[in-house]
Design a binder for this molecule. Structure first.
Ligand SMILES: *[C@@H]1O[C@H](CO)[C@@H](O)[C@H](O)[C@H]1NC(C)=O
Ligand SMILES: *[C@@H]1O[C@H](CO)[C@@H](O)[C@H](O)[C@H]1NC(C)=O
Ligand SMILES: *[C@@H]1O[C@H](CO)[C@@H](O)[C@H](O)[C@H]1NC(C)=O
Ligand SMILES: *[C@@H]1O[C@H](CO)[C@@H](O)[C@H](O)[C@H]1NC(C)=O
Ligand SMILES: *[C@@H]1O[C@H](CO)[C@@H](O)[C@H](O)[C@H]1NC(C)=O
Length: 888
């Protein structure tokens, strides 16, 4: 089902130690003398082993890191470190048990933890260990995944980023497919340029080998490589022969797998309804990309398809009341409609989906396949907003007659809700990442469901038990149905499969009998792969069903998934891997959190102010210096402290400060404050007004998460989060393009450029940090942020016991259409003379105003000035819900 997010390792440490010195120099003290990636794919089941051998060439001990990226869909099943002949194996335990072990380690003052980082297709695994002078360490990580057929092919994605050129680098991939490999292609950025010459592909009938042995020299010369060596992906795509329409069955050691992907059936005409969110938050790029994708999708409809278009915000608009046939004339009209879609109000998901269901229900379905596709980027905010009720309504209306697919656009979307709603209606939810290729992602999703071949598919295995899912609502061209199970009686000679389905209105049956003792099935060294495949698929499906189950059944299935995860040592959302390290029983925990959690936030090295521009390196190099791993210790301390800070509702009673005399030493300053009841209930914003000397102002109640400034054209956004009882914001984030993320809170400033991260503390020495298109200038209590042509300033204010942030835009740009709370630049009003209470006219509407004080936090001097206070709606001409976000 949906991709799962990253592995996490949270680092905690109890001591505050000096920051690192120059890691660029230190890098040369770490030699990765060998790096192997070995992947074996047997009948779509891929097992990949990454082995990295590293020497500490320094005359003292230092921390050495191991960091790799693995596909989100994979489960880690083994991790081992070998140091001076001793091996340290990760052990998969129930999450709570692992957590306890980790807590004990923390309470004993040993470091331990979790880190996470989530990408679109890959997740991060990262650990480190202290290695003695001139000693070596070997890291070995194994992960497993079942390759899924999409649009007619399987994809094996392998990422390589050893962090330095490696003398002995080898990638070996062996694919074995019993029915034969029909095509194989090697793509990805590691296959371009000179590096492409290092790839060798060997094909036999049922096997293919891909080797990639780039020389040290070649490792520095690819497009995405450099001084730090390889950095990129190899993507191996292939498909298998499908001579037998009844599918391919493999049997090994009492387990079987059945791959069913017939190609001999005609397409079923479809009825498809697109339900498109046009709420205010879709404004700009998202709306443009959605319309672009829709236009292309409409062009792809077949003439015997029927389609409907619904757009919704707080109102639901039907392009046409009925489904219409995809004739040239209808498509032309539909395209004109799509081009006119404009973003506007709130989000009434309930009414929109029900309208879609109704449209399909009113259309005769004989011999066709119906599909409902919902695209939204937010929460239901108007009409029925209770998610349980919406799900109930939708389930009842659809009544298992056809699937609902939900596409969640961006990170503000409630993806759990969409997942649950689609699974309840035999569909899937898919995330559309806010990126320049979002239109292609949308189109790609549509293509996967564009050609239904069978509906109501039931698979039966008289000799099988403990089967994975056996009933599917639709089978689409280019995909594949996979069922695995155990064989009831291992001594039987034959095994029978039966598939019953509906093809274009006719019932069809596929029946097959396989001899169980076929010797050519599985290579002996790999004979337990089938059992692992079964376990992998069973665990994935049990976890997926967790979303829609309740009560005892949910508990039972969870227990079963846990049991299997432990037995097969899979790191799943229910388990964690505990790694005990040589140093005084030091413990780390790795686990797999959910999709949709916050974007990358790996542990950081705390930069020395004078050398920050060179301190971007992550991965190998570690902390080291005189203190041995001290760099990361400093940031661990920060991290731990920050957690404590967040956990309290009352303003900070302790914060970190740098010691002015010695900027590399962190010192914890505890400020005892009298705790007073929270008084702040809203944040007051000033609104610049065209042609008036008296400013407007408006209040935004706290707590809230707000879209402060956005420029869709340059993919820039700035969001802020406020807390109950506290002035201003306690966290402000910036996102620019897809890779730049800046997070500012009241203690530190963290900037991630997609690969590397730096962190600064407020009140440290002035710092300037420049990378491509981004400039950060930190003065004692202000940071200037320039991203592209947008320039904002974040101020750190202290007021009584309150420490908070306030954003300011210093320079309004022409020709840039900014949105967000600070993006409005065209406000104007007239004072209405002679009315009893002060009245203003804004946008032809009379609104009441009052003459109030406001502190202008946009300046560090915090002057108090007077303003016309009006309602939020009057000031911004939009609902506040159009400015709230669910995630920073
Ligand atoms: C990869 O695995 C295969 C099979 O287990 C083994 O024969 C081969 O030596 C391995 N290659 C490397 C580079 O470790
Ligand atoms: C390591 O080598 C450096 C320079 O060669 C020397 O100054 C230092 O004392 C050595 N450290 C240890 C722990 O031997
Ligand atoms: C299914 O896809 C294959 C390859 O993409 C194509 O050759 C075939 O015509 C498609 N079948 C139908 C019924 O469209
Ligand atoms: C099916 O799984 C259950 C629980 O995992 C197990 O007890 C049972 O033996 C399995 N059935 C067969 C036929 O192996
Ligand atoms: C297909 O089978 C179902 C039940 O097995 C039956 O109700 C239905 O009438 C059949 N449809 C056709 C077209 O034969």
């Amino acid at each position: 089902m949906m991709d799962r997010a990253a592995l996490r390792l949270i680092f905690l440490s109890v001591f505050l130690i000096s920051a690192t010195s120059d890691p660029v120099k230190k890098k040369q003290n770490v030699d990765i003398y060998s790096f192997y990636i070995n992947s074996t794919v047997t009948s779509r089941y891929a097992t990949t082993v990454i082995t990295s051998r590293v020497a500490n060439t320094l005359n003292e001990s230092q921390e050495i890191q191991f960091e790799v990226k693995i596909p989100k869909n994979a489960f880690i099943s083994k991790f081992r470190m070998t140091i001076e002949g001793n091996t340290y194996d990760g052990v998969v335990k129930e999450k709570e048990e692992a957590q306890q072990q980790y807590n004990r380690a923390v309470s004993r003052g040993q470091s331990a933890g979790l880190v996470k980082s989530v990408g679109r297709t890959l997740e991060d695994f990262k650990t480190s260990v202290t290695v003695a002078a001139f000693s070596k360490v070997t890291f070995e990580l194994t992960y497993e995944e079942l390759l899924k057929r999409r649009l007619g092919k399987y994809e094996l994605l392998i990422n390589a980023q050893p962090m330095q050129p490696v003398a002995d680098f080898k990638m070996d991939v062996h694919i074995q497919e019993k029915p034969g490999i029909s095509f194989l292609e090697v793509k990805g950025d590691l296959s371009t340029g000179d590096l492409g010459n290092a790839i060798k592909t060997t094909r036999a009938d049922k096997d293919a080998w891909v080797t990639f042995y780039p020389s040290r020299d070649q490792q520095t010369k690819c497009k995405s490589c450099g001084e730090n060596g390889l950095n990129g992906d190899l993507l191996i795509t292939y498909d298998v022969e499908r001579q037998n329409p009844k599918g391919e069955v493999m049997i090994s050691n009492g387990y079987f797998v059945h791959y069913f992907a017939p190609t001999d059936v005609p397409r079923i005409p479809k009825n498809v309804v697109f339900i498109i969110d046009r709420s205010g938050s879709m404004h700009g790029t998202k709306m443009d990309q959605t319309c672009l994708a829709l236009l292309r999708i409409l062009s792809d409809l077949d003439e015997d398809d029927h389609f409907g278009l619904i757009t919704f915000d707080s109102e639901v608009s039907l392009w046409k009341r009925e489904l219409l046939q995809a004739t040239e004339a209808n498509l032309k009209n539909a395209k004109s409609f799509v081009k006119e879609i404009k973003d506007r109000g709130a989000t009434d998901i309930n009414a929109a989906v029900l309208a879609g269901v109704d449209m399909i229900n009113r259309h005769p379905r004989e011999g066709t396949a119906s599909i409902l596709i919902l695209l939204t980027d937010g929460d239901p905010t108007t009409g029925e907003t209770n998610k349980e009720k919406i799900m109930g309504n939708v389930k009842e209306a659809i009544g298992t007659k056809f699937p609902l697919y939900c596409l969640g656009f961006g990170y503000d979307v409630n993806f759990d809700f969409l997942t649950k709603m689609s699974l309840e209606n035999s569909g899937v939810a898919q995330r559309i990442y806010e990126d320049s290729d979002a239109d292609l992602q949308l189109q790609g999703f549509y293509e996967e469901v564009a050609v239904p071949l069978l509906s109501d598919i039931q698979l039966k295995y008289p000799g099988g038990t403990n089967l994975t899912k056996t009933s599917f609502s639709l089978y689409f061209n280019g995909s594949e149905i996979v069922v695995s199970g155990q064989i009831t009686d291992n001594s039987v000679e034959s095994f029978t499969t039966e598939v019953i389905a509906v093809s274009k209105g006719n019932n069809v049956t596929y029946q097959d009998t396989i001899m169980t003792k076929d010797p050519s099935d599985v290579p002996p060294e790999n004979e337990d792969f089938m059992q692992r495949l079964w376990a992998y698929l069973t665990v994935k499906q049990l976890l997926e069903r967790q979303v829609i189950l309740k009560g005892q059944e949910k508990e039972d299935e969870k227990k079963e998934a846990l049991k299997l995860s432990l037995k097969y040592q899979f790191v799943t959302p229910l388990t964690s891997m505990v790694v005990t390290k040589p140093q005084e029983g030091d413990v780390e925990v790795a686990d797999k959190p959910k999709e949709g959690e916050a974007p990358p936030r790996p542990p950081v090295m705390h930069p020395h102010p004078k050398s920050q521009s060179r301190l971007l390196a992550s991965g190998y190099g570690g902390g080291g210096g005189g203190g041995g791993g001290s760099g990361s210790s400093a940031s661990r301390a920060l991290h731990r402290h920050r957690q404590g800070f967040r956990g309290t509702a009352v303003p900070s009673s302790a914060f970190l400060e740098t010691d002015a005399k010695s900027p590399t030493v962190l010192r914890r300053v505890t400020v005892l404050s009298t705790v007073s009841a929270p008084t702040v209930r809203s944040n007051r914003f000033l609104l610049p007004v065209v042609g008036q000397s008296k400013p407007l102002c408006f209040d935004v109640p706290v707590p809230h998460k707000l879209r402060l400034l956005q420029d869709s054209a340059s993919e820039f956004s700035m969001n802020g989060e406020s807390m109950t009882g506290q002035n201003g914001f306690h966290q402000i984030t910036f996102h620019y393009k897809t890779n730049h993320h800046l997070t500012i809170n009241t203690m530190s400033i963290r900037y991630h450029d997609g690969q590397n991260q730096v962190e600064f503390l407020w009140r440290q020495e002035p710092i300037q940090h420049n990378t491509e298109g981004v400039s950060l200038i930190l003065r004692s209590n202000e940071i200037d942020v320039t991203m592209g042509n947008i320039h904002a300033v974040i101020l750190l204010h202290k007021e009584k016991n309150d420490v908070f942030l306030w954003p300011a835009v210093r320079q309004q740009l022409k020709d840039v259409s900014l949105t967000g709370i600070l993006g409005k630049t065209d406000a104007s009003y007239e004072e209405i003379q002679g009315s009893q209470t002060p009245t203003l006219k804004i946008n032809d509407q009379e609104v009441s105003g009052s003459w109030e004080d406001v502190t202008d936090y946009r300046l560090s001097s915090k002057p108090v000035i007077k303003c016309w206070l009006v309602s939020f709606y009057a000031a911004m001409q939009r609902d506040i819900s159009d400015f709230t976000v669910t995630k920073l």
